[in-house]
Design a protein around this ligand. Structure first.
Ligand code: GLC
Length: 533
């Protein structure tokens, strides 16, 4: 059963990739914001956890109107996080610990403080500077109405009017003007940015909002529109990504696209051999804790990836999504931005049991797995006091949507230290919930039954079991509440999503279980197990 790792250049096909939300990971200089020195000091923790790569959410110069997804300069690290020299050091040190680095590029938009946008504002209507963005006159007698009927991804009107009367498009917040991807300079600049980071030793790039860049030049209304969507999943995108792929290939780098698309055939187009290597699996992420639905999501995922020969990814949460233990403890265990609301009750004990089982499920599926910082600690969604909320999603929804801060609160490292060892000497940028010390990494490291110990053991096993890297998946049982599948010849994963215990499939040994078994070879509800067969 002990086996070799996949070939080095295929590492991404079955990697475990840990998402670092830098601002909340670890505060090295004590100023209340996580930073690169904090990450460097925790590299031993990440190496011990056993992850193959780190994906850093944007660490570039930014006014932080959207947590760094409003980039003012891609070649400068935000001073709150550190310096470029420090990022280079971090990339090199991580690599020495066997961990690769993935950076986050946000091609759809820049910050309104980016030099290009400032120049565009100063230059005025009709200027070449404005051609890099989508500036348009308004509708209505005096141009007082937005140029079309689109809606911002964060809610509200995606247009803002500037002093001279023109409007500019921003699919997200007003501080995030959309770039005009039909302009050759926009393309050239991003290709240079990719090279800049590949030259600094990064192994991959996550592409933010990857299906939104290209726009119908007419920017037509959505109401009554026929044909290709004016800004989602347009065919022009594939040519852009083919150009990017050629650059990545020069460096042996890889891409992971943030592609939210319901149509699996359209989704798979981004994963053709000369385009992106991988894309996040939002079908799996949004799927409720339901045996039949999960099985369907897994089958559909594998079926859509097979023709393009791209590996699937398995993701349970990220910096945008309600944390897993909270979500799985609710009546509705699925995820949709539109149904996010304040005060939805959750049974965290149940949610934790399910999150543990879901961890073993996703780590046993063929492909790469993404972990979001704090997932390995079983952190629930935090209640952020309203006067501390930062997320533009909350403000743009006029306070109806709670926003995403609840999954972005600082990590607890040490139970006995101020701010649970996050490192701040005063109040961190988001408050830590009062029970965070109970969930601190140092406490969990001592406790064999903790979420951290489960993840460490699962990742350790995953590294040594060749079947989990290369073994094909074969379903062994059907039934609404039971998922049982083999990976290769010697390994079986069983997940019981029902309430009643079920008999374990035939096996020669138990490798790992997400919770206690009942002593009679039965698998209790909301529990998963890896079996040697
Ligand atoms: C992506 C990011 C999200 C960000 C948005 C705009 O969806 O994951 O955090 O707000 O893009 O850049």
């Amino acid at each position: 059963m002990e086996g070799s790792q996949p070939a080095a250049d295929d590492w991404w096909r079955s990697a475990v990739i840990y998402q670092v939300y830098v601002r909340s990971f670890a505060d090295g200089d004590g100023d209340g914001t996580g930073d690169l020195s904090g990450v460097r000091s925790r590299l031993p923790y990440l190496a011990e956890l056993g992850v193959d790569a780190l994906w850093f959410t944007p660490w570039y110069l930014s006014p932080m109107a959207d947590g760094g997804y409003d980039v003012a300069d891609y070649r400068t690290i935000d001073p709150a996080f550190g310096t470029l020299a420090e990022a280079e050091k971090l990339i090199a040190e991580a690599r020495e610990s066997g961990i690769r680095t993935i950076v986050d590029i946000v091609p759809n938009h820049v910050s309104d403080q980016h030099a290009w946008f400032r120049a565009a504002l100063a230059a005025g209507p009709g200027s070449p500077e404005r051609a890099l963005f989508h500036f348009r006159p308004g509708r209505g007698e005096h141009g007082e109405l937005p140029p079309n009927d689109w809606e911002s991804e964060f809610g509200g009107v995606p247009w803002t009017r500037v002093a001279d009367g023109e409007w500019y498009l921003h699919l997200f917040a007003a501080e995030q003007p959309d770039l005009n991807w039909a302009h050759p300079a926009v393309r050239q600049e991003h290709e240079d940015i990719l090279r800049f980071w590949f030259e600094r030793g990064v192994a991959g790039v996550r592409i933010d909002s990857a299906a939104l860049l290209a726009k119908d030049p007419e920017l037509p209304d959505l109401a009554g529109h026929r044909g290709s969507h004016p800004y989602l999943d347009r065919d022009e995108l594939h040519d852009i990504y083919r150009g990017w792929r050629a650059i990545a290939d020069e460096f042996g780098g890889i891409f992971v696209g943030e592609v939210w698309l319901p149509d699996s055939e359209r989704f798979a187009r981004y994963l053709r051999p000369d385009e992106l290597h991988t894309a996040f699996n939002f079908t799996f992420l949004t799927c409720p804790w339901d045996g039949e639905r999960l099985r369907r999501a897994i089958d559909e995922t594998l079926a859509e990836h097979a023709p393009v020969k791209a590996p699937a990814t398995w993701v349970l949460c990220n910096h945008d999504i309600t944390r897993t233990v909270t979500r799985y403890g609710r009546a509705d265990t699925g995820f949709a931005f539109t149904s996010k609301a304040f005060g939805v009750p959750s049974d965290l004990e149940l949610g934790t049991r399910r999150a543990r089982a879901a961890a073993l499920l996703s780590l046993a599926l063929p492909g790469s797995v993404y972990l979001y910082q704090g997932e390995e600690l079983g952190l629930p969604e935090a209640d952020v006091p309203l006067d501390r909320v930062q997320d533009p999603m909350y403000f743009r929804s006029q306070g109806r949507a709670p926003g995403r801060d609840g999954c972005r609160t600082p990590l607890p490292w040490a139970a006995g230290e101020p701010y649970a060892g996050f490192g701040s000497t005063g109040d961190p940028w988001l408050p830590l919930p009062p029970d965070w010390p109970l969930r601190a990494a140092d406490r969990q490291a001592e406790d064999p039954a903790s979420m951290l110990s489960l993840y460490r053991e699962a990742l350790r096993l995953r590294r040594t079991l060749a079947a989990l890297h290369t073994g094909p998946l074969r379903w062994l049982s059907e039934g609404p509440d039971l998922l049982v599948f083999a990976r290769g010849e010697n390994l079986v994963c069983a997940v019981n999503l029902g309430d009643a215990p079920v008999h374990l499939p035939a096996h020669t040994g138990i490798l790992l279980a997400s919770g206690p078994l009942d002593g009679e070879d039965r698998l209790p509800g909301d529990t998963a197990v890896w079996l040697a067969v």
